[in-house]
Write a protein that binds this ligand. Structure first.
Ligand code: G4P
Length: 537
């Protein structure tokens, strides 16, 4: 197969949702279609099995959250699908955002009884910025839900995205009888059976067909007819290009648990999403996937994923060319030349050596401690990809080591977790002693740090609150001498981030605003300045 053919058959995406909407269940059903798992329940079972064999997973289990992410690759109908799992906890986590920089599309799962929830909205905003196709799956139609039209309105009003329902529910809750595929004019009937049953869809001329009316109650039939008429007259029109550009989201109704509507979603997803596309380099050049030189970037680093191995995996998204085992590349961020010999595909806990990979694929590079998040690895040294966005933390703690005899373990563990980007670190300046402050966008990250320090490095730690709640990067054009304690508001401090860039930590929104009003020439930002520059290219 040519590289072009390999690219065309690839799809790389993530599922985003608020916890409990059904992401794990849907993932599992996708894998069933791909033949990647043999029986329903195995992903959940694996989730539980992992939970019992690792301390860290124990935290996941207790909190009912998924902290780790894995990459799932499977084949379906000639397509090669890379599904990137995103952590599903309610806390805002930078990790999820980094993963979303490596995908070309997302499936957004919504619990149809609840509608759009906080985490869905945040994750959606990130995807929106990248203009990638977004597919919506309204889940749990087997139970009472909100009105389908109301759910569509919410997509349009809250998320401000046009919604086009590809299929439409025939009744809801106990009255749910199936869906009507609007593009193909087919009815898919729902039967309550454990694990779902496959039934061939039935083509109909229109919804007045007796095949439909006989199966629905009179009132449900009337409602469905009115709804479909309304959608046809007043709704969005379906243009695939508008899906490709992320302007409209195709909407599917179904029940992941009952395996209903999942295949419709998967087939349409493959039809209306795009194969891996081009990436823009820092210099503004367009790097096409079929370009000869191999290139990719590291979007995630994870240590100790498997407690038995105790190693470190850097996840690389292939952007252009072909990856082959033992390929010689340059780390464009450090200029170092490296041979990539230890490359794996990581499917949950299983690992397999990767001999070749194509744009859209994710490769797990094991054992190289010099890689950092956002590093570009390439055969063409001229290619450097833009940095992965960094977010200004809103929670800050001091993290101390109460037991000086294990200081080294504490230091090494913390260093590793900082390299993974679990939290950010800041060194206070103008201070009589060296003080490190940790910052995170969501406070759960601190718990993750403490838990992992203990379970993976056997290092105790004690956290102490700080007075800060906001942080801003200072323009590199501003000389440090201008940022004395006299200039900063009461309680605010100057610090350096892990790259030595100046930042100011503020105690409140009010204090930040006051500072900005008083010193308009001191330019500050909630994004690092190099990122702002790169965004202009
Ligand atoms: P998440 O990964 O988004 O957090 O959600 P997950 O798939 O774990 O699903 C959350 C709960 O919702 C699970 O129930 C799951 O069985 C249920 N669920 C998923 N899809 C459907 C659906 O289509 N209909 C209904 N009625 N329920 C659905 P649980 O009780 O938390 O776990 P379990 O014991 O069933 O595994």
């Amino acid at each position: 197969m040519s590289i072009k053919e390999e690219i065309t058959r690839r799809r790389t995406f993530a599922i985003i949702s608020h916890p409990d909407a059904g992401k794990t269940t849907l993932t599992e059903k996708f894998l069933l279609y791909g033949g990647a798992v043999q029986e329903a329940g195995s992903v959940t079972a694996r989730k539980k099995q992992r939970a019992s064999t690792s301390d860290w997973m124990e935290m996941e289990r207790k909190r009912g959250i998924s902290i780790t992410s894995t990459v799932l690759q499977f084949e379906y109908n000639g397509y090669k699908i890379n599904l990137l799992d995103t952590p599903g906890h309610e806390d805002f986590s930078e990790d999820t955002y980094r993963i979303l920089t490596a995908v070309d599309a997302v499936v957004m799962v919504i619990d149809a009884a609840k509608g759009i929830e906080a985490q869905t909205r945040k994750l959606f905003e990130v995807c929106r910025k990248r203009n990638i196709p977004i597919f919506t799956f309204m889940n749990k139609l087997d139970r009472p839900t909100r009105e389908p039209l109301e759910l569509l309105d919410e997509l349009e009003n809250v998320l401000k995205i046009g919604a086009y329902p590809i299929n439409w529910p025939l009744g809801t809750g106990m009255d749910f009888k199936g869906v009507f595929d609007r593009l193909n004019k087919e009815v898919h009937l729902f039967e309550r059976a454990v694990g779902g049953v496959f039934k061939a869809p039935v083509s109909i001329m229109d919804l007045k067909d007796p095949f439909v009316s006989e199966r629905l109650s009179e009132s449900t039939h009337k409602t469905v007819l009115e709804e479909i008429e309304m959608l046809d007259i007043a709704g969005e029109e379906f243009h695939p290009e508008r899906v490709f550009s992320g302007e409209i989201t195709p909407v599917f109704f179904g029940s992941a648990m009952n395996n209903f509507g999942v295949q419709l979603l998967l087939d349409n997803f493959l039809k209306y999403s795009l194969p891996p596309g081009s990436f823009t380099s820092l210099k503004g050049e367009t790097i096409l996937p079929e370009d000869e030189a191999f290139s990719g970037f590291i979007f995630k680093i994870q240590a100790n994923m498997d407690p038995r191995h105790r190693d470190r995996i850097a996840f690389l998204r292939v952007c252009s060319g072909k990856f082959v085992r033992n390929i010689n590349v340059t780390n464009a961020s450090t200029g170092k030349k490296i041979r990539l010999s230890n490359a794996h595909s990581v499917f949950g806990q299983q690992r397999e050596t990767v001999d070749e990979a194509f744009p859209g694929d994710i490769v797990g590079l094991i054992g190289n401690s010099n890689f950092g998040i956002g590093d570009t690895l390439t055969e063409n040294e001229a290619i450097v990809y833009k940095a992965i966005p960094q977010f200004a933390p809103e929670h800050f703690i001091y993290l101390n080591n109460p037991d000086t005899s294990n200081y080294k373990r504490f230091r090494d563990g913390l260093e590793q977790l900082l390299q993974e980007g679990v939290v950010q670190s800041f060194q206070l300046k103008n201070n009589y002693r060296e003080v490190t402050v940790l910052g995170a966008v969501g406070p759960l990250q601190f718990e993750v740090v403490q838990y992992r320090l203990k379970s993976e490095y056997n290092a105790e730690s004690v956290s102490e609150p700080t007075q800060w709640s906001l942080m801003r990067w200072v323009s590199p054009a501003i000389d440090e001498s201008e940022l004395t304690n006299h200039v900063l508001p009461v309680g605010a401090v100057l610090a350096g981030d892990n790259k030595g860039r100046n930042v100011i930590l503020f105690t409140s929104e009010w204090s930040l605003q006051h500072f900005m009003d008083k010193h308009p020439k001191i330019i500050i930002s909630d994004t690092p300045f190099e990122e702002l520059e790169a965004a202009k290219v």
